[in-house]
Design a protein around this ligand. Sequence first.
Ligand SMILES: [Zn+2]
Length: 354
Amino acid sequence: MTTEITSVRVFDGNGFSQPRSVYFQDGLFVAASKAAQVIEGGGRFLLPGLIDSHIHLSGLKNLEKAAWHGIAGLMDMATQDPQVVDRQRNLDGLPLIRSSYRAATEAGSTQATKMKIPMIGSPSDARAFVKDQLSFGADYIKIVLPNRPLSTGFNADTLRAAVDAAHEAGKKIIAHAVSTAAYEFVVGSGLDVVTHLPLDACIDYGAAESLAREGVVCVPTLIMMRGLSRRLKLITRGKVDFKHSQNSFRVLHDVGIRFLAGTDSNDDRKSPYQPKFGSALIEELRLMEEDGLSPREVLRSATTEPVEFWDLHELGRVEPGRLASFSLLKANPFDGLRNLRSMNNVWIGGRNVR
Ligand SMILES: [Zn+2]
C-alpha cells in the first residue's frame, strides 16, 4: 500500500523545499504514484530521521524513546555486553543501530576500574582488543583516552597500533576525550573522531586547527558535558566547568571542524550523568545552536553529515529506495531550533510511531 503525505516542506541538507507530496510503501520512499492512503501535510516541515552519533544502548525502551523523537539512527559507543546490541539491531519501525561493542582504555586508569572496560597497555594489547571487537562484528572502534598525559604503556605507539588495526580492517576509530591534554593527544594520532569536549580549560587554537586540518570529526555531546560539570564542579573546586567545553566548541567551530550531533544517552546508574534517549538529542541540537552554529549547520550535523560519515545511506534524504524515516514539525526550525518542540508526527521505516 502506498501512502502519500501532501504539502510538506522537505529538508534536503541545505534548505526546505516548496510544499510537495512524499510517497512511501513497504517502509521505503517511492516515486510519485497512486496512493491508497493520503495524509494531509498542511505545509508542515519534514525532517529526515535524525541520527544520534553517541549513545550507550541498554534495551528496547531506548529505541522506542528515540524513535518517538524522530531519531532513525543510533551510534552505540560502547557496551558491556555485545548481545544487548545484537538483540536491538534491525528491528522494524525502530532506529538503525551501529556499535563499537566494547571500548578500551589505559591499564590501571580509574575509568577502567569504574567502567569495567578492557585495558590496553601495549601495542600488542591494542591489536588484540581491536581484533576482539571485529570478531563481534564492530562497525567502528572506540578508545577512552586518559585525562592526563600518559604515564603507563598507553602511549603514542599503543594508540598508533589501535589506529592501524582499525584502519587495516576498514573501520573508523573514535576517541573519548574530556580534557585538553587528551584532545592534544589526538593531534597527529590518525584517530578519525573525537567525542566529548574538554572540561578543564579551553582547547588551544593551534591544536584545534591541526585537528581540522587532519580531518578529525567531533561529536561534542554538550548535554553530557553540562551534566558532568554540574555534578563535578563542587568536588573539583570549580576546575571542571561547562564553560570550558562551550569555549572549546566555539574554537572548534571557528577552525571549521566537522560536527556530528551526539548525546551520550545512557541508562547506566554508575554513569555520572544519564541524558535521556530522544529528548536529549533535541536539547543537544538547541545547545549547539546556542553555542554558535546556525540551525542549518545543526540540522546537517544530525542528518546528512552522519549519513555520509557513518555510511548510513538508508537514511538522511527523502529519495526512492531510502527508509521512510522522518518527522513533521509545525514550525520552521530555521526560525530557531526551539521549534523542534513542534514535532508532532513521526514515521520510522514507514511505521507511524507518533
Ligand atoms: Zn559515551
